[in-house]
Design a binder for this molecule. Sequence first.
Ligand code: AMP
Ligand code: MG
Length: 335
Amino acid sequence: LRWCTTKHIPVTKMTKQETIQIPKPLEQLTASEIERKACIGKIMTYTLRSLTNTYINKGFQWLLPVALSQSTDPLWPDPGASIEKRIEVDIYGKPVRTMSSMIIHKLVAASTAYPKLFILSPNIRIEKGERAKTGKHIYEFTQLDFEMADSGSKDVFALVEDAICTLVKDLKKDMKSELTTLCRCDTLKAPKAPFKIYDRADLEAKYGAEGWEAGIAKDITEPVWVTNIPREFYDYEDFKTGKWDNYDLFMPQFGEVLSGAKREYEYKKIVEKIERDQVKKENYALIIKMAKEGRLKPTAGAGIGMERLVGWIAGVKHIAECQPFPRVPGNVNEL
Ligand code: AMP
Ligand code: MG
């Protein structure tokens, strides 16, 4: 039996018995909760430094994010999305939305001046209040969002595997005391590349259409890729085979921390898919135009949810624990 020193209950029992608590705002934390929060904060800083270093060392440009734009991610049709409200305001006589992701900006930027780019992009997704206790959803979060021109899935896999393996290996060396406080010193294993790849269709056959995400997360002991997930128009779909060239990264016991894809860049396919999904064409006029003119490049990329990645590393029950100012669906604090 292993004992977690900070909680004085067996680690094995802890995971089974504890129900998910809503993370409290800073001013309500007890002294031991502040210690825990500080450890998670240090791991977040370490993770940001490690990942941004990896990307910069590989020649990526670091772009600053935008907050308001006419065009943003439709988040549709993604079976995982559950949006209660979309925020739209008028500025200078034009409607703009808060960013749900910078996917559209990435496609244009990677096709023009920034062939290898990343952004720490704040995303606002007003998730349904009933998601308060999933532990995996917050209504403001940050993606390390990246895109590479003239690249495919294999390039993204190699890049992410290198970034994650380096991060965890270094963390285990440099952040021993923080990981010990969080009871993750023993349970956090340094992963080995290459990660296994599963097809979503096979997982559905094994675990069921509703249960495959929870099923695979429970059964794996190393990070794995899941490919071929039907979703938004900008992910690449092979019309002949019906297969999607996209992917999620799943962490053991935790679940999805990254989604990405090789992207569509051909005019005809983009228009056909936008119409098929009944997404508003006028919101995507620019990329449709660029595709028509042959100016959209074949790119591939992904977004890593920073709170989820650090949540997995720190072994949190709720990813809002990784936020200084928790954004739990349905819960609005003063800060
Ligand atoms: P998506 O492309 O919608 O899967 O978003 C990319 C990544 O952002 C996901 O893999 C998650 O790590 C993260 N993410 C998406 N939605 C949320 C949310 N509501 N709360 C926290 N992280 C999220
Ligand atoms: Mg996803």
